[in-house]
Design a protein around this ligand. Structure first.
Ligand code: HEC
Length: 86
């Protein structure tokens, strides 16, 4: 199994940028917000990524892995892409 340390090579592209760049071109990021908020797991997001690639999403394997972990375990900046709920 590969260690995620190699992800450091993509320094500068954090989860917020990655999700914003990769997931907002066909539909708005807000479209996926309910799923982010529900705390869907890695398997769910892997399946979604697979489907999105069939729709035409272009991402390297590294970006895919990164996106899955960004979405399954969203940090505050990823959540900030979504409208705040009160
Ligand atoms: C190339 C266009 C494209 C890109 C890029 C894209 N999507 Fe999608 N996405 C679609 C289309 C088209 C649908 C509607 C598919 C359907 O319902 O059959 C969709 C639907 C979805 C759904 C709802 C699926 C469901 O089963 O209800 C989710 C969640 C989703 N996208 C997440 C993402 C995420 C996360 C990314 C970024 C990694 C992303 N999408 C990038 C085209 C895209």
């Amino acid at each position: 199994m590969l260690l995620l340390a190699s992800v450091q090579s993509r320094a500068g592209e954090d989860c917020q940028q990655l999700v914003g760049n990769k997931c907002a071109s066909c539909h708005f990021v807000t479209y996926i917000c309910p799923r982010i908020e529900k705390g869907k797991g890695t398997l769910y997001w892997k399946g979604i990524l697979h489907d999105m690639i069939k729709e035409g999403l272009v991402a390297t394997d590294e970006e895919k892995d990164r996106l899955v972990s960004c979405l399954a375990d969203p940090d505050a900046k990823v959540k900030a892409l979504c409208p705040a709920k009160k």
